[in-house]
Design a protein around this ligand. Sequence first.
Ligand code: IPD
Ligand code: CA
Ligand code: CA
Ligand code: CA
Length: 264
Amino acid sequence: MSTNWEHIDKCAKEWIKEAGERIHQAFRKTLTIETKSSRSDLVTNVDKEVEQFFIERIRQTFPSHRVLGEEGFGDCISALDGIVWIIDPIDGTMNFIHQRRNFAISIGIFADGIGMLGYVYDVVHDELYYAQKGKGAFLNDQPLPVLQPVSIPEAIICLNASWIIENKQVDPKQLARLVQEVRGTRSYGSAALEMAYIAAGRLDAYLTMRLSPWDFAGGLVIIKEVGGLVTNIDGEPLDLLGPSSVFVSKPGLHREILQQYIRK
Ligand code: IPD
Ligand code: CA
Ligand code: CA
Ligand code: CA
């Protein structure tokens, strides 16, 4: 039986908008905030409720689909066979708590490990970035053009300051040189939005040393549809079942940055 991707896409979009409404309503109430692994690793009642909301809807409508969610209410996934939804109910929880902006709902839907549908929803700005494999990427209903190459001196790259201080993954001196040689740097604190911004042409590259599949699953599908590249810092495809470094960029720039600033 063939999969009706249009139907899955329609449901995903409806549920994302409904989840966005719930997040808006939650702004009127007091948040319950907890820490997970450290004082910067936060979770709220809203992260948990939004993940549970998606899982309920998916299980009712598509009982054979499985879900990998950041907050752990989904399935225990050790292989990517069949249809798997990879969900980050709120990407940028620290921003959600402290800034009430710069966060997004992120969802990637995969069939036997291949990205078929991707969504990043900036709830506060009501901007839905989405893509379906082979059908292009969109911001709300506007098609996003294919990304064009850009040179290092004209590029705006997104990276967190913690990667240009001493760390185990990458040479901070090389990255500091990259920071000096590009036109500008930015850091928004939501990997999903940072990937969506590259897809929309607002940023040229994004580099980080550790993300989980739910952080990048939605963005990955969107970026590929506009001709961007997504790998780890060794230039290999991302692991959808575990943490990895992530390097997203426009074509051309990807090879140049990997070869001249990242490879040790
Ligand atoms: C975080 C954001 C952030 C990234 C962290 C992620 P969360 O996701 O994407 O930009 O630097 O590594 O954990 O926890 O807010 O969903
Ligand atoms: Ca988190
Ligand atoms: Ca996240
Ligand atoms: Ca999250």
